[in-house]
Design a protein around this ligand. Structure first.
Ligand code: ADP
Ligand code: MG
Length: 462
């Protein structure tokens, strides 16, 4: 144990020395790969009352360490610092201590009060332009986000409305814009939140009689970033308040950045006045990445995670996991975890097994019910309607798409699919499938729609 006592008062040794001692012990108890992957990136920060605070690179890291090495860590720290010693984790959210993620040097002002600023803005500094890989699918959205970051409120891209399927980088991109703006203009008030959080906070402000404070707070922002704006659908009071905030900000040339799973015109159920305002600026979509972009993303991420993976393996993953970036990331993490916990090399056998596992998990979780949910939410239709007898055009379409995808993506028989749509006959299912197949063949926008819904179904089933 390190000596933590001096003659009069308790003093503690340097955190770096303590951590070094701990590492010596940990190294004897884990494989070299595990040690390099999970322990070397940990940085000692300070010691406070027998608690050694260490910094971890990400939330994922923390979860992993906590789940897998808790006992080893507790034992080790006690050996080094004494019986009631503990390790406390902080996630690296301080940009000044992080690896150079931002392109511009940190200004003096930023150094003075970076934490408050980052906290208030609710931005995650992990999301930057630097680590956002450019590809055909995100070219326009990325260029527009960069342009408004250089001149917030001063371009015609106001609002900037970024839309696209799940896991394609919307949150990353709009937060990257917020981070760049704050880094370059530390005085600007930038706030990021999802429309869900906005709604919850609004409801709370009603309950505590603080609606005008709530509203004034948002009206005083220089940059307002709201993620997943589609969740405002059906929340009329919140929409109304947001409408007024939007107007105030827009009139005073403050930048508004929004994201959604679909373009403004398809946000059925949202106040028309909002839809038309969303179209004032620029709407830019993000499409699923091409093979080359997927490979580039995997290269960058595997590098960030400190993994050594051959190009052939990365190409294999990129060719087999095609629908979205979150899943690509998930695959790398699974690989890293498997290799490091079982102390095996990342080779083709392991990769093939994991890619297969991901595909199986996806298929296994998809049910007629999950498909129906996604289709209804995507097309803004109440779920019970799809099982009704109605012949209304948009409901028939939703029902046919849901039946088509049920046949494509689940193992359910035609009979069982029919039954789950309000007790319809299997011939109705066959008819639905052929109608949709024909529509996809004839109409490119239908092809896109069905593809987008399919991607969402796969994602919610992960
Ligand atoms: P969305 O908000 O569209 O559902 P996210 O922004 O959460 O998607 O992206 C999912 C994950 O993929 C995030 O970890 C994000 O950092 C990563 N990602 C998305 N697009 C890119 C890109 N172009 N380059 C690098 N990483 C990306
Ligand atoms: Mg998102």
């Amino acid at each position: 144990m390190l000596n933590t006592h001096s003659s009069h008062e308790i003093t503690y040794p340097e955190p770096a020395i303590v951590w070094k001692e701990c590492l010596k012990n940990i190294k004897d108890n884990v494989t070299l790969m595990t040690f390099n992957t999970w322990f070397l990136p940990i940085k000692p920060v300070e010691i406070d009352n027998k608690i050694l605070k260490v910094q971890l690179p990400s939330q994922f890291f923390w979860e992993w360490i906590d789940e897998h090495f808790n006992t080893l860590i507790t034992k080790t720290i006690r050996q080094v610092l004494g019986p009631d010693a503990k390790l406390a984790y902080i996630i690296n959210e301080d940009p000044d201590n992080s690896p150079p993620l931002v392109s511009k040097p940190v200004t003096a002002k930023r150094v003075e009060k970076p934490k408050q600023n980052v906290f208030e803005s609710r931005l995650n500094i992990r999301y930057t332009f630097d680590n956002f890989i450019k590809g055909e699918g995100n070219q326009l959205a990325r260029a527009a986000a960069l342009a408004i970051s250089d001149n917030p409120g001063g371009t015609s891209f106001n609002p900037l409305f970024v839309y696209g399927g799940v896991g394609l980088g919307k949150t990353h991109l709009i937060q990257a814009a917020g981070n760049k703006i704050i880094n370059e203009n530390p005085d600007k008030k930038v706030i990021y939140l999802s429309s869900d959080t906005f709604t919850v906070d609004f409801v709370e402000s009603i309950q505590s009689n603080k609606v005008s404070e709530f509203s004034n707070f948002y009206r005083s922002m220089d940059v307002l970033i709201i993620d997943d704006i589609q969740f405002l659908i059906g929340k009329e009071k919140t929409q109304d308040l947001f409408f007024h905030i939007f107007n105030t900000l827009h009139q005073s040339r403050k930048q508004i950045i929004l994201s959604s799973d679909k373009p403004p015109k398809d946000l059925r159920g949202l106040d028309e006045r909002l839809i038309s305002r969303f179209q004032w600026g620029l709407s830019a979509d993000i499409q699923p990445p091409e093979l080359e972009t997927r490979i580039a993303i995997l290269k960058r991420k595997s590098n960030d995670y400190g993994m050594k993976v051959s190009s052939e393996i990365l190409e294999y993953i990129a060719s087999n996991i095609t629908s979205n970036i979150r899943e690509l990331e998930g695959c790398l993490i699974k690989l890293l975890a498997n290799a490091s916990l079982n102390s095996v090399e990342i080779d083709f056998d392991l990769v093939k097994r994991i890619v297969k596992e991901i595909a199986t998990d996806r298929k296994f979780n998809i049910t007629v019910e999950s498909i129906t949910k996604v289709v209804c939410s995507y097309l803004n239709i109440a779920e019970n309607k799809i099982r009704d007898k109605t012949r209304k055009k948009e409901i028939v379409l939703a029902r046919q798409i849901a039946m088509y995808l049920s046949k494509e993506l689940t193992k359910s028989s035609l009979k069982s699919i029919g039954l789950q749509f309000g007790g319809r006959d299997h011939s109705t299912v066959i008819h639905a499938c052929s109608s949709i197949e024909e529509a996809i063949y004839k109409d490119p926008s239908m092809k896109d729609l069905v593809k987008a819904i399919k991607v969402q179904v796969e994602l919610v089933s992960l």
